[in-house]
Every structure is written in structure tokens, then in C-alpha cells.
Design a binder for this molecule. Structure first.
Ligand SMILES: Cc1cc2nc3c(=O)[nH]c(=O)nc-3n(C[C@H](O)[C@H](O)[C@H](O)COP(=O)(O)OP(=O)(O)OC[C@H]3O[C@@H](n4cnc5c(N)ncnc54)[C@H](O)[C@@H]3O)c2cc1C
Length: 65
């Protein structure tokens, strides 16, 4: 289930057994592993929305020298 934090959809009374920040290769693999270990309430946080956004992509900008 997806919640959009910017839309205020993360409810204060929700509690999780594990919280993983970053839904890249490592974060998704960790979440799947914990789920297979029957951890039932996992919060996987990811920056940005479901569609491309300049704002979230700007995190990856850098200078190559
Ligand atoms: C151009 C390019 C091509 C590549 N090609 C290949 C390839 O062909 N084969 C291969 O095996 N590997 C490839 N890699 C390497 C591969 O992408 C990385 O090794 C892998 O993605 C690392 O996984 P990760 O989970 O550690 O980090 P990431 O995949 O970077 O995941 C980190 C996640 O955390 C999120 N995040 C960061 N900060 C926050 C925050 N504050 N709050 C919430 N979320 C946050 C990011 O949005 C991101 O989704 C490539 C990398 C690049 C840059």
C-alpha cells in the first residue's frame, strides 16, 4: 500500500516493526527479506512521487571535475 507523505497520508498512529529509508536495490531487497521472515509491518520510505519529478531527480545532480 502506498502513502503519499506530502499529501499528509502518513498517519501518526501507524506503527511499524521496521522502517527502511530508500527503495533502491538494497532497500527493496531488505524489505523482501524481512517480509519473508514474517515481519508484518514494514515501512519502506522513498523520495519523490510515482512519476518523474525534477525536484527529486535534482538530488542526483553533481559536478564532474
Ligand atoms: C548510470 C548508472 C547505471 C548503472 N547500471 C547498472 C547496471 O547495468 N547493472 C548493475 O548491476 N548496476 C548498475 N548501476 C549501479 C546500481 O544502480 C547501484 O549499484 C544500485 O542502484 C545501488 O543500490 P542502492 O539500493 O544502494 O542505492 P539506490 O539504488 O541509489 O537507492 C537509494 C534510494 O534511496 C532513495 N533516497 C535517497 N535519499 C532518500 C531520503 N532522504 N528519503 C527517502 N528516500 C531516499 C533514492 O531515491 C533511491 O531510490 C548503475 C548505476 C548508475 C548510476
Amino acid at each position: 500500500m502506498f502513502f503519499d507523505a506530502l499529501a499528509g497520508q502518513i498517519l501518526a498512529d501507524l506503527s511499524y516493526e521496521i522502517c527502511i529509508v530508500g527503495a533502491g536495490a538494497a532497500g527493496i531487497a531488505l524489505a523482501q527479506e524481512f517480509a519473508s521472515e514474517r515481519v508484518r509491518r514494514i515501512c519502506l520510505l522513498e523520495g519523490g512521487g510515482l512519476e518523474y519529478e525534477d525536484e527529486s531527480q535534482a538530488l542526483y545532480s553533481g559536478e564532474i571535475i
